[in-house]
Design a protein around this ligand. Structure first.
Ligand SMILES: C[S@@+](CC[C@H](N)C(=O)[O-])C[C@H]1O[C@@H](n2cnc3c(N)ncnc32)[C@H](O)[C@@H]1O
Length: 308
């Protein structure tokens, strides 16, 4: 996993107490860690990292209401919410499911970038790009069309693993990603003609109508709660006959939930309804897992939709 985000309180003594508290937390002495964090917070009341860690410890100690209070303080102390305290609040059921804070996604993946590929592929058995590749070949074979695409857009492109899987089938790749350090890695891969640090919906909004034959989103829609805006833009940007291929994590319940790993899981019916409302046609949907979570395949879907 990525290194843990630390935002200094600006007070050396408070920061030192925080470090000791983290040591105690890692050794399993949660009550002592919580005490030390409270001492740090007395010295620096707007210490976002201390409030956030206290929230996590309170969850582990079985005190959800106190955890909610700590996460609210963490968010108030950092208005960009780089720790993602609002996600913890959603996960605890204290707030409605909503979008992820942009700064949280950027901080997470900027820290993750140097060891992203090793962590995802080796530690979590990541197989999203290979699953998308197989699905796209299947859809093209069924339509008796070649699996070759002049222009492709890679949403949440990360370091370029999806572009790498499709490199021989695509002439020109454009990539969008929120995290500047992931984009740096993608640039170094040499796989993309164009790259932009951008939210995927904003990035698509800057593209002309009918300007791509393929849009990919490998393990990226899991960071969007509502799929409608991105699907509407994909529909506009795809040329007639073009394909959208993406993975999501899924669950049996209603619509969208936020999982413990702080990624959204979309119900299959919700995904199908969102595709239909965007005016796209579902061409492929399989229960396939793109990565492991706790050494088990995380329930997932591989989806291909076409623009008729
Ligand atoms: C798990 S990584 C997957 C990267 C790549 N697609 C792959 O298959 O290796 C998810 C990526 O999506 C990016 N991301 C998350 N939310 C995003 C959004 N709203 N717009 C653009 N990129 C986003 C993250 O910064 C991260 O690089």
């Amino acid at each position: 996993m990525p290194a843990r985000l630390f935002l200094s309180s600006g007070d050396l003594v408070a920061d030192r107490r925080f470090e000791f508290a983290r040591d105690l937390q890692l050794k399993g002495d949660l009550a002592a860690a919580a005490d030390l964090l409270m001492q740090a917070i007395e010295l620096a009341p707007n210490f976002a990292s201390a409030w956030f860690t206290l929230g996590e410890i309170r969850i582990a100690l079985g005190h959800p209401d106190a955890a909610i209070a700590a996460f609210r303080k963490a968010r108030a102390a950092d208005d960009r919410d780089r720790h993602g305290a609002s996600l913890k609040l959603m996960w605890l059921g204290a707030e409605q499911i909503a979008d992820m804070p942009v700064a949280y996604v950027q901080a997470l993946f900027d820290q993750y970038a140097p060891r992203f590929e090793a962590a995802l592929v080796e530690d979590l058995g990541y197989r999203g790009p290979a699953l998308l590749f197989k699905a796209v070949l299947t859809v093209r074979a069924a339509a008796k069309k070649p699996a070759f695409f002049k222009r492709a857009v890679d949403l949440g492109c990360g370091t370029g693993l999806a572009a790498s899987a499709f490199a021989k089938e695509v002439d020109r790749f454009t990539g969008f990603d929120l995290a500047p350090k992931m984009i740096e890695r993608a640039r170094a891969s040499g796989l993309y003609a164009e790259l932009e640090v951008a939210d995927m919906v904003q990035g698509l909004r800057g593209r002309p109508d009918s300007s791509a034959e393929l849009v990919l989103a490998a393990d990226a829609m899991v960071y969007l709660s509502d799929l409608s805006a991105v699907l509407a833009e994909v529909k506009r940007v795809l040329a007639v006959g073009g394909l959208l291929a993406f993975t999501v994590e899924t669950h049996e319940g209603d619509r969208v939930i936020l999982g413990e790993g702080l990624r959204y899981a979309h119900n299959a019916n919700y995904v199908c309804a969102s595709i239909a409302s965007a005016g796209l046609r579902l061409a492929y949907l399989e229960d396939l897992s793109a990565r492991n979570e706790d050494n088990k395949p995380a329930p997932g879907l591989v989806v291909v939709a076409t623009k008729a």
